[in-house]
Ligand binder design. Structure first.
Ligand SMILES: NC(=O)c1ccc[n+]([C@@H]2O[C@H](COP(=O)([O-])OP(=O)(O)OC[C@H]3O[C@@H](n4cnc5c(N)ncnc54)[C@H](OP(=O)(O)O)[C@@H]3O)[C@@H](O)[C@H]2O)c1
Length: 320
């Protein structure tokens, strides 16, 4: 295994593994374990469900619209295997989360041994400068990304504690470094990071590992934002802004920001395997890292600068 780091142990390190997925998990490491993943309709969640299933895990694939659409969950269901279980799971719904817990309990081979892994992956993305972003938008993004993660985690922790298992939360590099025009998303992801850090400290005594995955820009690989969704959000931002804000910022400036956002979504990594492999490592390694940073070197450098240098220096380098 080739690891871009020095040592493991889950205390201080943030790393990324670069191993081909076929070598990541041995049958002994998987050993009949089960994992619940949220947000499996598409993107990372969908691909991860397939990868973990291929490694031998029993996968509970939570899908937002599992019951009533032709989404990709049909593809997961078509994997005719008693280790791939697709279930309806809106992370914003107390009722659906409670039903999901019952479903998992009823379908675990040995429920008394608990659930090995919970991957909080479901998420939405948004952009827009503070003065253009409505309170409703802040709430809408936090509802899924932050409160959804908290709700699902609290509901499944008793099962994960039984197994002395793993909680793997997908945050973002934007859960560690702020960015102009991304406050609604950053607020939600910084919140998940804070929640995960507190939970990690509480869970040591239970033998449960709490791990953060902080990907950079994989929008081109997953489609969490598309040119169409950017246009729709831009329309909403401009319409929702007050006259004063519209006049002070001006349409040409606003349009330039939207163009920048469109170029951002095309500039990232188009292959999501770095993320999938890091999540797999987090679930299978005896000594997982606390934070994984699947990202290109330039983002890794920026993350280190922002984390370790004075804020004014980092802002001078990257923002002014
Ligand atoms: N892609 C990136 O560049 C990137 C970078 C850093 C972090 N992330 C994080 O990675 C995670 C997965 O993102 P992705 O890029 O794979 O996005 P994606 O392709 O849009 O997938 C997100 C999934 O979450 C589902 N979802 C949305 N709201 C939900 C809810 N209320 N309950 C349950 N599921 C819900 C979506 O369902 P529908 O398809 O039905 O809407 C979709 O299946 C997110 O947490 C995201 O913030 C992504």
């Amino acid at each position: 295994m080739s690891v871009n780091g020095s040592a493991r142990g889950g205390l201080l390190l943030s790393q990324s593994v670069s191993t081909p997925s076929k070598l990541l998990a041995s049958p002994a490491q998987v050993d009949g374990k089960a994992v619940l993943i949220t947000g499996c309709d598409k993107g990372f969640g969908h691909a991860l469900a397939k990868q973990l299933h291929a490694h031998g895990f029993t996968v509970f694939a939570g899908c937002l619209l599992a019951v009533n659409t032709g989404h990709k969950e049909k593809e997961l269901e078509s994997i005719k295997s008693d280790r791939m279980k697709v279930l309806q799971l809106n992370v914003c719904s107390d009722q659906e989360v409670a039903q999901a817990v019952e479903f998992v309990k009823n379908n675990l081979k040995e429920p008394e041994k608990g659930l090995w892994g919970l991957v909080n992956n479901a998420g939405v993305s948004a952009f827009g400068e503070v003065e253009f972003t409505s309170i409703d938008k802040y709430k809408e993004v936090a509802d899924v990304n932050l409160w959804g993660t908290v709700r699902v985690t609290k509901a499944f922790l008793p099962l994960v504690r039984r197994a002395k298992g793993r909680v793997v939360n997908i945050t973002s590099m934007l859960g560690r470094m702020a960015s102009p025009s991304r406050s609604s998303y950053c607020v939600s992801k910084f919140g998940v990071a804070a929640f995960s850090d507190c939970l990690r400290q509480e869970m040591y005594r239970w033998g449960v590992r709490v791990i953060l995955i902080e990907p950079s820009n994989f929008v081109a690989a997953t489609g969490i934002l598309t040119p169409e969704s950017i246009e729709a959000q831009a329309e909403e931002l401009w319409r929702g802004a007050s006259k004063t804000v519209q006049e002070d910022y001006g349409k040409p400036y606003f349009t330039r920001q939207i163009t920048l956002m469109k170029s951002f979504i095309n500039s990232g990594l188009k292959d999501m395997s770095l993320v999938l492999n890091d999540i797999t490592d987090a679930l299978t390694s005896k000594y997982p890292y606390t934070r994984y940073n699947p990202m290109e070197p330039h983002w890794r450098m920026r993350l280190h600068v922002i984390t370790h240098l004075p804020t004014a220096v980092a802002d001078w380098l990257y923002i002014y």
